[in-house]
Design a protein around this ligand. Structure first.
Ligand SMILES: CC(=O)N[C@H]1[C@@H](OP(=O)(O)OP(=O)(O)OC[C@H]2O[C@@H](n3ccc(=O)[nH]c3=O)[C@H](O)[C@@H]2O)O[C@H](CO)[C@@H](O)[C@@H]1O
Ligand SMILES: C=C(OP(=O)(O)O)C(=O)O
Length: 418
């Protein structure tokens, strides 16, 4: 297993380009299942999760063509609407094939993705929505099996705001008979990006980005070309890394428009932020202030940025309270940050982070994607050498991380296990 060797202390400077969003690309690539015509996507990030999804789609009979950040999917000969456990177990987002497969093929067999480090993450709301649209759904031997003649439009209400749940149901509704209304819908920018792609494919959708989405089903969707939006979590992660190291750098190919809650907190911490149309520059103060965080669905502060802010608060002036309201077990990074000298106490879903003057390099273990990012940020600030082990988590969601950090002046090296 590869690890990342970081020599702390370099202030990040210069410019780096942000990639397309993992969490937009995953549902949007699944949308290609809804059409018998080829769909082309650009700005697709080169990530492990994307490779996993493309392999999954290929084994269903989808023709996959990939050239750098451009991917064309042709689902005209889709003949195997099955997502086997072996391919699903490493990536929860593979549940996103469920809605499109039932809608297009009238049947799907998708392995339950299982729990993961950050929480149990059930998919009951995805299932409840499809049942309300007339699908017969059973869960047996670890698989969700859904069958229907043609889905019927329905009024859907999810018990909680769910991002992939909203995406799955919005995709399924595109080919349903009649109108579907999704209430309590997630409002994340990635939902809007998916809706824009579906609309380009001929879907009739209104309200994406609000908590009520209306979809009028059509007979078929056609081919289209769609550019994936920039990754707001990658953007936020680099902003935190620049801030933590007292740096001054510019991120291109991205926008602060998707990141208001994060940018506000960085400003509260004392950073200077200059928002251009397609770029963001952050200039950090010598010493930042600790900032309180409470995660909640968009447009509130994203849970996917919580770990990175814990690292930032670990070396700030004062004490910060962090509340995680989305996932029940998303503080795994705290123990690892403590190994680097952070002063953090946890009580249920609340972490109290008392800023310290400095961190010291050590060996730490990555437990999930954003936890790993927080360890990298802490390693960049720590005195001496930090080794982050199990970085396959990072490869799920950060394109060429060591190369991009290196371009900003960080001393980061990947060490391959022999
Ligand atoms: C690929 C992708 O886009 N992943 C994002 C997506 O995950 P994902 O879509 O899996 O997260 P959800 O928004 O669905 O989860 C929100 C909460 O609802 C619960 N829940 C969800 C569905 C369901 O059927 N039953 C249920 O109980 C979850 O366990 C969690 O506690 O949104 C999360 C919350 O912003 C982000 O952290 C993930 O990065
Ligand atoms: C939790 C995340 O991803 P996923 O839902 O794919 O596990 C994430 O992107 O931080």
């Amino acid at each position: 297993m590869d690890s990342l060797l970081i020599e702390g202390g370099a202030r990040l400077r210069g410019e780096v380009a942000i990639s397309g969003a993992k969490n937009a690309a995953l549902p949007i690539l699944c949308a290609a299942l809804l059409s018998a015509e080829p769909v082309t996507f650009t700005n697709v990030p080169r990530l492990r999760d994307i490779r996993t999804l493309l392999d999954l789609l290929a084994q269903m009979g989808v023709k996959v063509e990939r050239d750098a950040d451009r991917v064309t999917l042709d689902a005209s000969s889709l003949d195997n609407p099955v997502a086997p456990y072996e391919m699903v177990k490493t990536m929860r987002a593979s549940i996103l094939v469920l809605g499109p497969l039932v809608a297009r093929c009238g049947e799907a067999r998708v392995s339950l993705p299982g729990g993961c480090a950050i929480g149990a993450r059930p998919v009951d709301q995805h299932i409840k929505g499809l049942q309300a649209m007339g699908a017969e759904v059973t869960v047996e031997h670890g698989y969700v099996h859904a069958v229907t003649k043609r889905l019927k439009g329905a009024r859907l209400f999810t018990d909680m705001v769910t991002v992939t749940g909203t995406e799955n149901l919005m995709m399924a509704a595109c080919l349903a008979d009649g109108e579907t209304i999704i209430e309590n819908a997630a409002r994340e920018p990635e939902i809007v990006d998916l809706a824009n792609c579906l609309i380009a494919m001929g879907a009739s959708i209104s309200g994406a980005g609000t908590d009520v989405i209306r979809v009028r089903g059509v007979e078929r969707l056609h081919g289209a070309t769609h550019r994936i939006m920039p990754d707001r979590i990658e953007t936020g992660t680099y902003l935190c890394a620049i801030a933590a190291t007292g740096g001054d750098a510019r991120l291109t190919g991205t926008s602060s428009g998707y990141l208001d809650a994060v940018v506000d907190k960085l400003i509260d911490a004392g950073c200077e932020i200059d928002c251009e149309r397609d770029a963001i520059r952050l200039k950090a103060p010598a010493r930042r202030l600790a900032v309180n965080i409470r995660t909640a669905p968009y447009p509130a502060f994203p849970t996917d940025m919580q770990a990175q802010f814990m690292a930032l608060n670990a070396v700030a002036e004062g004490t910060a309270v962090i509340r995680e309201t989305i996932f029940e077990n998303r503080f795994m990074h705290a123990v690892e940050l403590q190994r680097l000298g952070a002063d953090i106490s946890i009580d249920g879903n609340t972490a109290v982070v008392r800023g310290v003057a400095s961190l010291q390099g050590a060996n730490v273990m990555a437990t999930d994607l954003r936890a790993s990012a927080s360890l990298v940020i802490a390693g960049l600030v720590a005195e001496g050498e930090t080794v982050v082990e199990r970085i396959y988590h990072l490869d799920r969601g950060y394109e060429r991380l060591e190369e991009k950090l290196g371009a900003l002046g960080a001393r980061v090296r990947r060490v391959s296990a022999s």
